[in-house]
Design a protein around this ligand. Structure first.
Ligand code: C2E
Ligand code: MG
Ligand code: MG
Ligand code: MG
Length: 269
C-alpha cells in the first residue's frame, strides 16, 4: 500500500488500483495492436435451428495475442467498450462476417453488436455500404444485441432497429432475461429472435423456477411471432426438454465449442 511509505509519499492509488490500471493498459495496447496487425480472429459456434435450411453459426471474437495466445472476450470486451475501441473492432467483425456470407451462399451468421456501436447514427450507413459491397441475402445476417442500453435509449434504439429491419437484416436480443426485460419493447421493437440467457438454461430441467421462466419466455415470444434460441445448452436432457417445449434454436457446448472459422468453412480457391 502506497500509504505505508510514510509522510510525503503519493497516496492516490492502493495496490489493487495500480494493478487494475496496468492490466487495463495491457489489454488496451493489445487490442490496438491486434486491430492494426491482424490479431483479431473470428470463431464460430453452431446454432442448431430445427427445420431451417443452411448452416447457422454465431460469430464470437477472439484476440490472438503474440505471447499469450487466444484470449476470450470476457477479458477484453469491457475494456473495448470503455475505450471506444469496440467501434472499429465491431466494424472489423461485421465486415469479416459479410465477406464470409458473400463466399458461402448457404451460410447464416449472427454477429454480436455492441449497443454503443449500434446506436451511432453512422451505423446504418456502414451496414448499407456492406450490403452494397458484399451482395448477399441480408436475411442470412442476424445482429445480436443485449437489451439494457436499448431501453435507456428507447427512441433512438427503436429508430435504428427499424432502419436495420427495413434492410431485411434479422434482429436478435441476446442474454434475454438478464437486463431490464421490459415487456413494452418486445411489443414495439421489430425483433426476429430472443436468446434465452444461459443462466436460465443451466436450471433446465431440474429447477422449477427456471423451467417456469423458460416456458413463459417461449410462449410469450411465440405469441409475438419471435423465435427462440437457448444459449448454453450443455446436456442431452436440456436439449430434449427445450425441444419438447417448442424452443426452435439450441446452442451450446453439447453441440460444439466455438472453433476458428476455417474449422467449419473452407476458404474458396
Ligand atoms: P454471447 O453473445 O452471449 O455469447 C455466448 C457466450 O457463451 C460465448 O462466450 C460462448 O462461447 C459461450 N458459450 C456457448 N455455449 C456455451 C455453453 O454450453 N456453456 C457455457 N458456459 N458457455 C457457452 P464468449 O465467446 O467468451 O463470448 C462472450 C461474450 O462476448 C458474448 O456473449 C458477447 O456478448 C461478447 N462478444 C463476443 N464476440 C463479440 C463481438 O464480435 N462483438 C461484441 N460487441 N461482443 C462480442
Ligand atoms: Mg451472442
Ligand atoms: Mg448470449
Ligand atoms: Mg451470454
Amino acid at each position: 500500500n502506497a500509504k505505508s511509505h510514510g509522510r510525503g509519499s503519493i497516496t492516490w492509488f492502493h495496490d489493487g488500483m495500480v494493478q487494475d490500471l496496468v492490466a487495463r493498459f495491457d489489454v488496451e495496447t493489445a487490442l490496438e495492436q491486434a486491430l492494426q496487425q491482424g490479431g483479431l480472429r473470428l470463431f464460430l459456434q453452431p446454432k442448431v435451428i430445427d427445420g431451417a435450411p443452411g448452416r447457422h453459426f454465431e460469430v464470437l471474437l477472439r484476440l490472438d495475442h503474440p505471447e499469450r495466445g487466444i484470449i476470450e472476450p470476457g477479458r477484453f470486451i469491457d475494456i473495448a467498450e470503455a475505450t471506444g475501441l469496440i467501434v472499429p473492432i465491431g466494424a472489423w467483425v461485421l465486415e469479416e462476417a459479410c465477406k464470409l456470407l458473400a463466399e458461402h451462399d448457404d451460410l447464416h451468421l449472427a454477429v454480436n453488436v455492441s449497443v454503443r456501436q449500434f446506436l451511432r447514427e453512422s451505423f446504418i450507413d456502414d451496414v448499407a455500404a456492406l450490403l452494397e459491397t458484399y451482395q448477399f441475402d441480408p436475411e442470412r445476417l442476424t445482429l445480436e444485441m443485449t437489451e439494457s442500453l436499448m431501453i435507456a435509449n428507447f427512441d433512438l434504439a427503436l429508430s435504428q432497429l427499424r432502419k436495420i429491419r427495413d434492410m431485411k437484416i434479422r434482429l436478435s436480443i441476446d442474454d434475454f432475461g438478464t437486463g431490464y426485460s421490459a415487456l413494452v419493447y418486445l411489443k414495439q421493437f421489430p425483433l426476429n429472435e430472443l436468446k434465452i440467457d444461459k443462466t436460465f438454461i443451466a436450471g433446465v430441467p431440474h429447477d422449477s423456477n427456471d423451467t417456469s421462466l423458460v416456458e413463459l419466455i417461449i410462449t410469450m415470444a411465440h405469441h409475438l411471432g419471435i423465435s427462440i434460441v437457448a444459449e448454453g445448452v450443455e446436456t442431452v436432457e436440456q436439449a430434449a426438454w427445450l425441444r419438447a417445449h417448442g424452443c426452435e434454436g439450441l446452442q451450446g457446448f453439447l453441440f460444439s465449442r466455438p472453433q476458428p472459422a476455417d474449422h467449419y468453412l473452407t476458404p474458396p480457391p
